[in-house]
Design a protein around this ligand. Structure first.
Ligand code: DC
Length: 224
């Protein structure tokens, strides 16, 4: 029987974690879980309720949230109270909301539990900010994926242009810098590199080179 493994990929916004993690999971025959999408879903809920400024109410409601993950042909879909919000969470407002609710410990406790339940008994690649440090502390392989803020902003800028949006570049960069600051300076599970995580700087790597490196590191530890 093939050994079950788990791969934790953490790093700042725009480092290419989800694209790399999804492709690596495909190559390794594992499930891919995008945990940022879960924070975005919770963020969207509080954005709609107009409660983003009210940390106490966010904390109070965290445990009763109705967030679930479904996989349709291996593709992750996010449900909020039964509504499919997979597309609705991909807006700049939802990213900022995700960053805000991710600072609330009760939200993290709720989502970490959901993430650990999803990972149980299967081979999985998970990406986020605290996967190697909190969610899967015993992961088979931990990777800290990063790139300079400028390179990350350029990549996001290109993505937005492709979607027909034309934001000024400095806004995209400011957004990245602000989210880095929030994610690294919050009291609850700030973004840090786990002591045993391998550092992968993708500033000068193509997407394919990044994926190949993750797959190579994974094969090294899981064999095969
Ligand atoms: O990876 P992303 O851009 O979809 O993440 C959205 C926000 O969610 C990001 O600002 C930080 C937060 N997040 C987190 O705190 N912990 C995670 N495991 C994943 C995301």
């Amino acid at each position: 029987m093939k050994k079950i493994f788990s791969i934790a990929i953490d790093g700042p916004a725009g480092a290419g974690k989800s694209t790399v993690a999804r492709a690596a999971a495909g190559a390794l025959g594992a499930m891919y879980l995008d945990t940022g999408a879960m924070y975005r879903t919770v963020g969207l809920y509080f954005l709609r309720e107009n409660l983003l400024e009210d940390r106490e109410e966010i904390a109070r409601r965290a445990d009763g949230l109705n967030v679930s993950v479904q996989f349709e042909g291996g593709v992750q879909r996010m449900l909020l109270g039964g509504e499919d919000v997979t597309e609705a969470i991909r807006t700049p407002e939802a990213s900022m909301a995700a960053s805000a609710v991710g600072a609330v410990p009760e939200v993290r406790a709720y989502l970490v539990r959901l993430q650990q339940e999803t990972a149980r008994g299967i081979s999985i690649v998970m990406d986020g900010r605290d996967i190697g440090t909190k969610v899967l502390p015993d992961a088979t392989l931990k990777i800290y994926l990063t790139a300079t803020a400028e390179v990350r902003a350029l990549r996001r800028y290109a993505e937005l242009r492709e979607k027909g949006e034309r934001p000024p570049f400095h806004e995209v960069l400011d957004d990245i810098v602000e989210r880095d600051y929030n994610d690294m300076h919050r009291a609850a599970s700030p973004l840090t590199r786990a002591a045993d995580a391998r550092l992968l700087d993708t500033s000068n790597l193509t997407l394919k080179e990044s994926v190949d490196e993750v797959v190579r590191l994974a094969r090294e530890v899981i064999g095969g």
